[in-house]
Write a protein that binds this ligand. Sequence first.
Ligand SMILES: Nc1ncnc2c1ncn2[C@@H]1O[C@H](COP(=O)(O)OP(=O)(O)OP(=O)(O)O)[C@@H](O)[C@H]1O
Length: 128
Amino acid sequence: MKPGDVIAGRYELVNPLGRGGMGEVWAGRDRDLRRTVALKLLMTGEDGATDLPARFAREAVAAARINHPNVITLYERGVHEDVLHLAMEKVDGSTLTSASSSTGRPATSTRSPRSSTTSIRPSPNPSG
Ligand SMILES: Nc1ncnc2c1ncn2[C@@H]1O[C@H](COP(=O)(O)OP(=O)(O)OP(=O)(O)O)[C@@H](O)[C@H]1O
């Protein structure tokens, strides 16, 4: 995958955001709805013998059931050729590692950015 590639005729890849246990995550542009998205991509051709496609589908179904301001919103799940994709809300933020290396101190955080479709940000209200 490279910047400029278009997934499913719709999502233009802009820059890579990271890599997780299942695949690459890219910042992208949804050409249809004209908005920024984060795209999690799984190339099924890489190793068809794994359970990754099933895990990918389970993550999507689980994420689609959650509607909460502290949880990343899943927009769409799809497949195009041998690439599975999840289009989701893109969040901005730095990692604790980069925050720590820029300050030279161990990083502490009271508000961490949402970093995956199933991550939950600490609630400002302990009872909420
Ligand atoms: N919605 C998003 N907005 C911005 N960056 C994201 C988003 N989702 C993921 N990322 C970036 O991509 C990296 C990898 O995300 P991913 O969800 O694949 O990681 P993971 O939770 O470790 O993996 P997995 O759930 O696949 O085991 C994250 O650490 C983060 O930097």
